[in-house]
Design a protein around this ligand. Structure first.
Ligand SMILES: [Zn+2]
Length: 190
C-alpha cells in the first residue's frame, strides 16, 4: 500500500468535505462564527459522528476544557500528593510549569478542598527547590520575620530594616501575606 503523506493540502480538502457534509445535514452553509470541531482531533476523519458544529466562542471553551482534562489525566496523582504533603498550589504550578490558576482549577475539578491562607500557615511546609530556585513557604517567612525582629531593636520593624538584615526581600513577605502589617500580625511581632 502506498503511504500517503498528510499535507496541509489534504487536510484542507478534508475540512472542505466536513463543511460540505454539515451543509447537507443542516440545509445551510456555516455562519461566519461557526466552526466544525473534530471529536477525535483528526481532521481526516469526516464521519458524521466525528463532526460537531459549534460557535467559535464555544469551540475555544471546549478546547480549553479538553486541555485541562488532559492535564488532569496526566498529573492528577502528583498534584494530589504534593498538595496533601503541604505544598501550595503556586509551588505545584511552578514545578509542573503550569499557569498559576491551572492547579487551582484542577484541584477544584478533583474535589480537593482548597486550603485557606490560615490553614496553609498551620501546615508544616518545607522550602521547595524547583528548577534551581527556592520558593519560600509561609512558615519559613514567619520564622525569618521573627529572627529579624529579634536582631533589630528598632520599632516598628520597617521593610527597609528587614531588607538590610535579612537576605530575603520584604516584597516576598508582602506577597505571601497580602500586606506588610498583616505579615507582622501573623508572625506576632511589632
Ligand atoms: Zn476543535
Amino acid at each position: 500500500m502506498k503511504r500517503i503523506k498528510i499535507t496541509e493540502h489534504i487536510i484542507w480538502h478534508a475540512r472542505r468535505i466536513a463543511r460540505r457534509k454539515v451543509k447537507t445535514v443542516l440545509g445551510r452553509c456555516l455562519k461566519s462564527n461557526e466552526i466544525v470541531h473534530h471529536v477525535d482531533f483528526n481532521p481526516l476523519n469526516t464521519k458524521n459522528s466525528n463532526l460537531l458544529v459549534c460557535t467559535r466562542a464555544y469551540h475555544m471553551r471546549l478546547h480549553r476544557k479538553l486541555q485541562l482534562l488532559e492535564k488532569v489525566k496526566k498529573h492528577k496523582d502528583k498534584i494530589k500528593r504534593l498538595y496533601a504533603e503541604g505544598y501550595s498550589g503556586n509551588y505545584i504550578a511552578k514545578d509542573l510549569k503550569f499557569g498559576h490558576r491551572t492547579v487551582r482549577k484542577i484541584l477544584k475539578y478533583l474535589n480537593v478542598k482548597i486550603r485557606t491562607k490560615g490553614e496553609a500557615i498551620k501546615t508544616n511546609l518545607k522550602i521547595m527547590k524547583v528548577s534551581g530556585y527556592y520558593y519560600h513557604t509561609d512558615e519559613f517567612l514567619i520564622k525569618e520575620l521573627k529572627r529579624v525582629s529579634v536582631l533589630n531593636k528598632e520599632r516598628p520593624l520597617s521593610e527597609r530594616m528587614f531588607r538590610q538584615i535579612s537576605k530575603h526581600c520584604s516584597s516576598t513577605v508582602r506577597r505571601h501575606f497580602g500586606s506588610w502589617n498583616n505579615a507582622k500580625r501573623i508572625a506576632d511581632i511589632s
